[in-house]
Design a protein around this ligand. Structure first.
Ligand SMILES: [Mg+2]
Length: 340
């Protein structure tokens, strides 16, 4: 018989969930008391929160509990990294329907743990509730280690625009799943098929967390994590900094090549369907939820490991603020098209 959430009381479920959560060096008092105590050696802390709601941000027929745990942690960890901080502690609010398998909840904890492991962040507490659907609300805290936070507003004309992480894979994976041509299992951890990187990238984004700290150390003038698409998020830096951003189409070509196999799998050579390369470019420019880092650096800076130059910061020349090779991208369909 499958054990379900309704078969346990709250303390019974917590007894299974809490031991699977990651610990971390910054934790002074972890789960079990009324609140946690976390070291903030910097004297300041970075804090952010993100919510995932079933059927709005994920679907249980595609995402395992493990996938949702990874994703909930990753998008929060990326927000701290994008400030130049090191994530230290997460608190997790979880609402679950009574018919949910207990194993799904345990898997969620394992996903949180694996996503937090590379940076040593802990889950220090949270809350558990019943609910009509699964909802995961994470609040993340981070430490700047004496560095200045990197804001969106510091880009200056002449700066180099650089990106760390993957681009377009999440949108490609979502498109493959939506089209029904690839199964979620083909993106499971350890899967090695031709579409594993796309489906896995959608189900379990892996932000380049260490690159955020490296960017801050290198003197990044502005930074954010690309959650809503390259064009849209570059536009946020441009707007906050009062500058223009021109992306280099040639520098984006490797990202297009990276997702081309997924675009080819979806076909698209008829008059009404975009060509595969156009589809791939739309994912690169418009696809969200890869959580790569987009940053600007003074021109004399040697880019830190993981960053590739993809454009330059220009004097603002009125709207539009973001161009590719000097022109407004002809196909910006991706801006909202790929949101789950
Ligand atoms: Mg963000």
């Amino acid at each position: 018989m499958t054990l379900r959430v309704r078969d346990l009381d709250e303390s019974g479920l917590l007894a299974r969930f809490v031991p699977l959560l990651p610990g971390g060096a910054a934790t002074i008092v972890g789960p079990g008391d009324d609140a946690a105590v976390v070291a903030a050696p910097d004297g300041r802390y970075v804090v952010s929160t993100d919510v995932l709601v079933e059927d709005l941000h994920f679907r249980r027929r595609w995402s395992t509990g493990y996938d949702v745990g990874v994703r909930a942690a990753a998008q929060n960890l990326a927000d701290v990294a994008a400030m130049g901080g090191r994530p230290t502690a997460l608190v997790v609010g979880l609402a679950v329907p009574g018919d949910l398998e207990v194993a799904w909840v345990e898997d969620l904890a394992r996903g949180l743990a694996d996503a937090c492991a590379p940076v040593g962040a802990a889950v220090v507490g949270g809350d558990l509730s019943g609910g009509p659907v699964v909802m995961v609300s994470v609040a993340v805290h981070g430490d700047l280690g004496g560095r200045a936070p990197v804001l969106r507003s510091g880009a200056r004309p002449g700066d180099v625009v650089a990106h760390a992480g993957v681009r377009g894979r999440s949108a490609a994976g979502l498109a493959l799943l939506e089209a029904g041509v690839v199964s979620p299992e083909e993106g499971a951890p350890g899967a090695a098929g031709p579409y594993a990187a796309f489906v896995g990238g959608f189900l379990r984004p892996a932000p380049p967390l260490a690159a955020g700290i490296a960017a801050d150390d290198a003197g990044a003038t502005a930074m954010l994590d690309v959650s809503d698409g390259l064009l849209r998020d570059a536009g946020r830096i441009a707007a906050a900094s009062g500058v223009g951003i021109d992306l280099d189409g040639g520098a984006l070509a490797p990202y297009v090549d990276d997702v081309l196999a997924a675009a080819v799998r979806l076909g698209g050579s008829s008059a009404t369907e975009p060509r595969a390369v156009d589809r791939a470019l739309a994912w690169v420019l418009g696809g969200g939820e890869d959580h790569g880092l987009l940053a600007t650096f003074p021109p004399e800076v040697t880019l830190p490991a993981g960053f590739e130059a993809i454009g330059s910061v220009l004097v603002a020349d009125g709207a539009p603020r973001v161009t590719v090779d000097g022109a407004v991208p002809a196909d910006a369909r991706g801006w909202d098209h790929f949101r789950a």
